[in-house]
Design a protein around this ligand. Structure first.
Ligand code: ME8
Length: 509
């Protein structure tokens, strides 16, 4: 039986249409999911939407529709966006799904009955756009530490989850699982800023708005944010039915991929909730950095962004995917700009990859009517290329296991750059002038075509359409991961005509 791999994105708030920041997480999760599938894992890749809360209630009111009508429209748009980006999710969870709502009520009741949730009253600072509570000490000059906007003092009867009870168990878990939080700097931040100063119990219900899952034994209350949102990762698998096949097979999650601002919820609140439910904890939470625009956060509430489909329309889906995956070292913040997207596409996809494929297949047509052969007239210069291509699969595997996605891609690009250099050094057009060099020429072209085939397979999780187009041009049957072995490309293969994979984009001033 193949090993399972359960990967999730956050469930996003459908308070407005999604922007390139949401695409960023989702594209990376998709690339990892595709990579794992290609390498033989039984993958469950989940994304979805977090639909309740005061902010959405307000937005719907402003729009003159019911909250459900409001979110339905955005979810339709989100699914269209994910389709246009080739996101291969296995399940899309909505927190308004009936089975999720019922499961959340059961979880809430269970935690209440076993004494992990109790009734009290809440007084605190609340940021409406971020739907976050802050203590006096967390607020910065009386403003939200995340978005910098005004917070308001609220006081109401509420249920609380006993986070404090799990503090020691959580620290022990961190100690025993050094890779639980990545990058490492975020783990230290959690320990030093939140856990060591002492965990405060968490407000888990509200009475001041209605758009949420009612607490069934106290219907004045709706379940507040994190018990509703975080549990999506298990309710989708059938929890609380622990005998559900999906739950048995996929839980615990292997990777929760999240933005750095919600690492705290995923590495403190979520593990404590799971401990209270007596369930195994996820293997890993990776908190990536933010894509910024002009140094500031791209944000739905600031409205400083374009519809990502405009970039797809202008430059193609793989240009957008590639940029998201390659541009920013995974884990760090990075700036998003259309100019950088264009330069990246031109440099890597049009010049390095597109050009290489085009000139190689064109030469194969020109000199051999597009038919492959490998007479193996090898020279010293071939060794470097062949050994680099041969070790590439393993190098990419190591990088992907460390979630260094941008580095994995760059390793493949390095090999493609080496192929271009190999053409410049072997000068096939000179070999073509000498009839006695015909077999050497065929060998050179075979080495190039074979390197391209292997790189195309390895690129498929990242730029699936382009990878597919290249393999179609090669007309090869050797397209799966297992066929990555130098020399597997068929001889006597009739190559298809080359097509332009990426046009160079002119930068408009
Ligand atoms: O936080 N750069 O939803 P949300 C990179 N519903 N990633 C970004 C980004 C940016 N500029 N902007 C958004 C929520 N993201 C909760 C999550 S999970 C149980 C509940 C991505 O709509 C990133 O993954 O505010 C971030 O964590 C997430 O979108 C926040 O989405």
């Amino acid at each position: 039986m193949p090993e399972k791999y359960y990967i999730t994105t956050p469930i996003y708030y459908p308070s407005a249409n999604f922007h390139i920041g949401h695409c960023y997480t989702t594209i990376i999760a998709d690339a990892i999911a595709r990579y794992k599938r290609m390498t033989g894992y039984d993958v469950f890749f989940q994304t979805g939407t977090d639909e309740h809360g005061e902010k959405i209630e307000k937005k719907a009111k402003e729009a003159g529709v019911s909250p459900k009508e409001y979110v339905d429209k955005i979810i339709e748009d989100a699914k269209d966006l994910w389709a246009s980006l080739g996101i291969s999710y296995d399940y899309f969870i909505r927190t308004t799904d009936k089975n999720h709502e019922v499961a959340v009520q059961k979880i809430f009741k269970k935690l209440y009955e076993q004494g992990d949730i109790y009734k009290g009253s809440y007084e605190g600072l609340y940021c409406v756009p971020c739907e976050s509570f802050w203590t006096e000490s967390q607020a910065v000059d009386g403003k939200c530490p995340d978005c910098g906007r005004e917070v308001k003092m609220v006081s109401e009867e509420a249920y609380f989850f006993k986070l404090s009870k799990y503090q020691d168990q959580l620290i022990k878990f961190y100690d025993e699982h050094p890779d639980f939080i990545l990058p490492l700097s975020r783990k230290n931040e959690m320990l030093n800023n939140f856990i060591k100063p002492g965990l405060e119990d968490l407000c888990v219900s509200r009475t001041s708005f209605k758009w949420g899952i009612p607490v069934d034994f106290d219907p004045n209350h709706v379940v507040y944010v994190w018990i509703d949102a975080l549990t999506n990762y298990i309710t989708s698998l059938g929890y609380p039915d622990v005998n559900n096949e999906l739950f048995k097979k996929y839980w615990p999650a292997d990777l929760h991929l999240v933005g750095k601002e919600i690492v705290r919820f995923h590495t403190i609140i979520w593990p404590c909730m799971l401990m209270a439910l007596d369930l195994p904890l996820p293997h890993q939470v990776f908190g990536h950095g933010w894509l910024k625009i002009d140094g500031g956060k791209i944000s739905k509430s600031l409205g400083n962004y374009k519809d990502p489909r405009e970039y797809i329309k202008a430059y193609g889906v793989d240009a957008v995917r590639y940029y998201a995956l390659r541009e920013v070292p995974f884990g760090n913040d990075g700036n998003f700009s259309e100019e950088a997207l264009i330069s990246r596409t031109n440099a890597d996809l049009a010049n390095t990859l597109g050009n290489l494929v085009n000139r190689t297949i064109s030469m194969a047509h020109k000199y051999f009517d597009g038919v492959t052969s490998n007479p193996k007239i090898n020279e010293e210069i071939d060794n470097n290329l062949i050994s680099k291509v041969t070790s590439l699969k393993e190098i990419v595997e190591t990088k992907m296991n460390e979630l260094k996605v941008n580095e994995a891609i760059d390793e493949i690009m390095d090999v493609l750059r080496l192929c271009n250099k190999y053409i410049d050094e072997t000068t096939p057009w000179t070999l073509a002038k000498d009839e006695t060099k015909k077999n050497r020429l065929a060998t050179v072209l075979y080495n190039l075509l074979e390197s391209i085939r292997i790189c195309a397979i390895l690129l498929s999780p990242f730029i699936p359409d382009t990878s597919n187009n290249i393999l179609l041009e090669l007309n090869t049957k050797k397209t799966d991961y297992a066929s990555i072995e130098f020399g597997s490309l068929e001889e006597n293969l009739q190559l298809n005509e080359p097509k332009i994979l990426f046009n160079r984009i002119e930068i408009k001033n």
